[in-house]
Design a protein around this ligand. Structure first.
Ligand code: BTN
Length: 265
């Protein structure tokens, strides 16, 4: 058994998320593996890879995934709710990840809407949620999380805004402990989300961590760019942005990217 799994099992005492853990030295992408495993694997299965050769990011980007330093995993879910609600899971995972990074590193991090985790204004984690729907029902949802845990060197040309927890805090994080805490935080947030059927009860905490809140943002949509003041989120997880004329617009994550006026946040 790989050391990762042994240590993970020492920490993991209970809970359904990660009760079944599959560990791989190398995968193309943990999200792709989770899809391949979806028919025969249970709700809550977690796929971890030491490295990825074709890690996937949001909006068709790739996710650079070197071995030995970071955490790359996907959580397979088979929820009962309707497909429209699944998009919100990405914010639920962002909240759980922020809580876990805070607990394990002792450092307060923030969320850049919808789901980047930011430490000192640098991105230390990305989340990619993918879903399969058949006959109007969710077959499965895969939430993929890449945490830059201990990577110290980044390609400054392409990864200008990227950093790691260790680089920002000066302390290494134990990846297995981080994963156990993160999955436990996800369970709590997910159960709350399922109870209320929306982000309403998680919204206040999410907004308290929202790095964009009260800042001028630039919204990059396929049909063009515009800017306004980010106010918070609504119960569907959309970003509420006030235009210069005072009107409030709800921005859906989909193909949208949000930037600060001058930089990444
Ligand atoms: C983003 O663009 O910010 C999302 C990045 C998501 C990366 C993670 S790493 C584990 C999982 N497997 C993938 O191929 N992507 C996600």
């Amino acid at each position: 058994m790989a050391d990762f799994v042994k240590i993970f099992k020492q920490y993991k005492k209970d809970g359904w998320a990660g009760a079944h853990l599959m560990y791989f030295e190398e995968l193309d992408s943990t999200n792709l593996e989770a899809v391949r495993q979806s028919a025969q694997s249970a709700h809550g299965t977690v796929i971890v890879a030491e490295s990825q050769t074709a890690g996937r990011g949001r909006r068709g980007r790739s996710w650079v995934s070197p071995a030995g330093e970071n955490l790359y995993f996907s959580l397979l879910l088979k929820p009962e709710f309707v497909p429209e609600q699944a998009a919100m899971l990405t914010l639920v995972m962002a909240l759980a990840t922020a809580r876990a990074i805070q607990t394990v590193s002792g450092c307060a991090c923030q969320i850049k809407w919808p789901n980047d985790i930011v430490l000192h204004g640098k991105k230390v984690c990305g989340i990619l949620t993918e879903m399969q729907v058949a006959g109007g029902r969710i077959s499965h949802v895969v939430i993929g999380v890449g945490v830059n845990a201990n990577q110290m060197v980044f390609d400054t040309e392409n990864l200008r805004h990227a950093s790691s927890i260790q680089k920002e805090t000066g302390r290494a994080v134990e990846r297995e402990a981080l994963l156990v805490v993160l999955l436990s935080e996800f369970e709590k947030a997910y159960e709350e989300f399922c109870r209320s059927g929306s982000l309403e009860t998680l919204r206040q905490e999410y907004e308290s961590l929202l790095v964009n809140r009260g800042r001028e943002v630039r919204i990059l949509e396929p049909k063009g760019a515009w800017q306004g003041l980010a106010m918070g989120i609504n119960e569907k997880g959309e970003l509420l942005v006030q235009r210069a004329d005072g009107t409030l617009e709800a921005v859906y994550a989909g193909e949208v990217s949000v930037r600060g006026l001058w930089d990444y946040v």
